[in-house]
Ligand binder design. Sequence first.
Ligand code: LMG
Ligand code: NDP
Ligand code: PMR
Length: 394
Amino acid sequence: MALQAASLVPSSVSFHKEGKIIGFKETSFLGISVSDHLKAEFHPPSLRIKDFKRGIIKAQTVTASPSIEQATSEGKKTLRKGNVVITGASSGLGLATAKALSLMGNWHVTMACRDFLKAERAAKRVGMAKESYSVMHLDLASLDSVRQFVDNFRRSGKPLDVLVCNAAVYLPTDKEPTFTAEGFELSVGTNHLGHFLLARLLLDDLNQSDYPSKRLIIVGSITGNSNTVAGNVPPKANLGDLRGLAGGLNGVNSSSMIDGGEFDGAKAYKDSKVCNMLTMQELHRRFHEETGITFASLYPGCIAETGLFRNHVALFRTLFPPFQKYITKGYVSEEEAGNRLAQVVSDPSLTKSGVYWSWNKNSKSFENELSQEASDEQKAKKLWDISEKLVGLA
Ligand code: LMG
Ligand code: NDP
Ligand code: PMR
């Protein structure tokens, strides 16, 4: 099933709709390994559930969570609404997912957004029922804001059943790095470190939920996976030995890039997606067995018209959607992508943990393979340890 656009790429490469390379003659051209399977076996975690008890992960403010079953007027018991937090729900994939879950009727969506008014207007614009959502302020580019969000969420008294780490920034045209409140390069600081702290703090809350299927989802991407054509478009993701991250990513004492190289906004974004996918797997290895929480990542398809490309050149924004629609055929609408992520949040059949989900041309989900780097256990562990230090957890 070679793609129509096969003529766009060297003749030695063929790929199907998800952009997965299925055959290539000159391995030296792309140097891609397609045989790196996601390793799902359990490995002894170094931070385990006992750490919750030791208080390494902060204790939650005690709130009464509503019983899992609520009596209806007829006396029948029904499952209570699920409570899901979605970061970056003010546009694109996050908003479409919030809308899809809101329409299902059995979810309450907390839209965790940096622009309160924008989120509120967006929810109204897409017709989300008033009682189906709340907006809470969260700026992932500030660790204080992340901690404040966690406090505010706990004060709301809602249990946490599903957390979706979706927000991201992409700064492909910046020539110089910009930084978060704590001085981390903005793309990795927001997309990875902000979410890393949020996920770590809220793990305890997820663990306390009595919901039957608790999930922590981190949105990944094909462009961080070098076992695909899309992941081989330069600049390619590469975390190297993480020396820049270990140095604090501040561009002063250390590089602003994870691998210690020169700043490149497009690469920083792709690196951050690799971090997202490694973090999901490390969470799975450390916490799945003991908490039962499902950890998952996904590539929702190429949603070529979202705000993610707001900083790209105008020519790109014009050409990218038709390129993805007619040539790669990787295009997916915001609505369809929202339905896919909503599936990972709520579908009773998608409870497997440690999985990177993708969808085929019939929009059927399947477990996809991650690139060698995006499934490297040693790197995941190292990333975890350095990230803990940077966000003040170690
Ligand atoms: C760069 O911009 C930034 O400069 C850089 O800083 C960095 O941020 C980088 O990746 C991040 O991006 C690149 C950007 C600007 O490139 C594009 O915009 C490419 C967009 C892809 C659009 C392809 C257009 C193809 C024509 C589409 C026509 C659509 C109509 C379909 C109708 C079909 C009807 C049936 O660059 C530009 O803006 C210049 C744009 C020129 C595009 C030329 C692309 C030719 C494509 C050739 C493919 C080559 C294949 C190589 C494959 C290698 C993969 C291993
Ligand atoms: P959008 O730009 O439409 O959405 C990104 C969201 O993140 C916005 O709501 C934005 O808020 C929010 N955000 C950005 N910075 C912060 C911050 N500091 N604090 C809190 N929220 C923030 O892009 P997409 O919907 O495309 O992206 C959503 C996810 O999908 C990302 O993780 C992206 O990597 C992933 N993805 C996207 C693909 C695509 O083709 N578009 C493909 C694969 C993955 P605001 O509205 O205020 O700007
Ligand atoms: Mg890519 C073959 C399939 C395919 C797919 C599914 C994507 C997805 N892209 C593919 C191929 C190509 N892209 C090819 C052959 C080219 C060269 C013309 C190409 C170019 C390209 C650029 C310049 N693509 C891009 C860019 C971006 O700036 C986007 C990016 O890297 O953002 C980080 C991007 C993307 N292509 C995708 C997807 C999903 C993106 C953006 C979103 C993301 O990864 O989160």
